[in-house]
Design a protein around this ligand. Sequence first.
Ligand SMILES: Nc1ncnc2c1ncn2[C@@H]1O[C@H](COP(=O)(O)OP(=O)(O)OP(=O)(O)O)[C@@H](O)[C@H]1O
Length: 311
Amino acid sequence: METVNVTNLVKRYDELMALDHFNLHIDQGEIFGLLGPNGSGKTTAINCILGLLSYDKGDICLFGEPMGPTRYDLKRRIGIVPQNVAVFDELTVRENIDYFCGLYVPRKADRVPLVDEAIRFVGLEDFTRMRPKKLSGGLLRRLNIACGIAHKPDLAFFDEPTVAVDPQSRAAILQGIKDMNAAGMTVVYTSHYMEEVEELCDRIMIMDHGRTLGLGTNAELKAMAGAGEKIEIELASLPARALESLRALPHVREATFEGGTLHVTCENGESNVADVLGVLRGARTRPGRIWAEPPTLNDVFLELTGRELRD
Ligand SMILES: Nc1ncnc2c1ncn2[C@@H]1O[C@H](COP(=O)(O)OP(=O)(O)OP(=O)(O)O)[C@@H](O)[C@H]1O
């Protein structure tokens, strides 16, 4: 069943086309990544889906039902973790989570186990009595997440939840999202950190200028754009014949030797480095330092747009 179904969504801010006939289909149980540079339209898309922002054209269905600003029955099944931290300074960590959970779950007795579980999910057990001002940026973001998901939504939107957090909090956040997904929650995760999206998401959409540029699993996107493995090897010299042999290897797309470094670009293959080293051994050259870099989503983005994903 499709949990999110967005068709031909158009959103303009005066002259600016923020969403340009944007489509999005997310299945139940997926962790879906929305990846795009700053200003590509991720937040606008989410706010339209949530019924927070009006739009010019298009259809939005959630859980198989048309979504709108007054569909509180659908909104109750959704969790939102906004980009900017939104908690009450006067309340403790536990009271904040209980407050937000209380917007969906009226009975205190029903909330207690939910609040406990949310605290565990984000690893805030040692901080429940603190007020937000005492928390580090990373812990504050974890609190923001707990507030958004304590009512156990069927579908949760995480809008760049790891911006400016320490590595420990980042790891806790990503693990928490995986655990919540394993417990049945469909997840939409927006970010411009491609490593996170690669690690976390079942399928990924790369967007820019309010349009979809690519969609698929991590492996499919890389295969689609033909992004390949890059190998660099320091060499004192390389005979022309060896360079020709490298270019003739089945997975090699390009091989050049410049300034004492061999640069080889390969299609995705199991043994690219071993194959290249085999040719060098045959040519009796002695490799120095070796770097091998698998393709990244940034390579895919670069190939699709001619520019880097990061600003
Ligand atoms: N309220 C607004 N009024 C006018 N233009 C806006 C408004 N909100 C967003 N925009 C513009 O719409 C485009 C899409 O912005 P949006 O915030 O959706 O992108 P984003 O991908 O979420 O970016 P970021 O990663 O920086 O959050 C950008 O060009 C942005 O400047």
